[in-house]
Design a protein around this ligand. Sequence first.
Ligand code: SF4
Ligand code: SF4
Length: 103
Amino acid sequence: MAEPKKPKVTPRIDIFKAWCKACGICIAFCPTGVLAKDEAGYPYVKDIEQCINCGWCEVRCPDFAITVETKVKEKKRVEVKGEEAQPKGEEEISPERIVAPGQ
Ligand code: SF4
Ligand code: SF4
């Protein structure tokens, strides 16, 4: 029996140019040709519809200059922002919240 198809999530590719050295690794590793070089040699998103969200560009970038954002990640980020937006009051971080579990 065939499994139901998951809805396609189109990721967003963020390129942080200040950290990018235009090495072209992300372009070379992208299996579907989403990325291309601009006239200065920096990567840009040529065809986001071809992105299969494999994450290779992000994993292979030696300078952490490219990230692949999915809507799920974005939603989490919004939720965190929502928490931060609430009035602080007694919301000071207690020492217990800083200590890692198991310590
Ligand atoms: S996530 Fe994969 S398919 Fe999408 S741009 Fe990066 S390497 Fe290409
Ligand atoms: S791999 Fe990283 S540093 Fe190299 S071109 Fe891509 S984003 Fe820029």
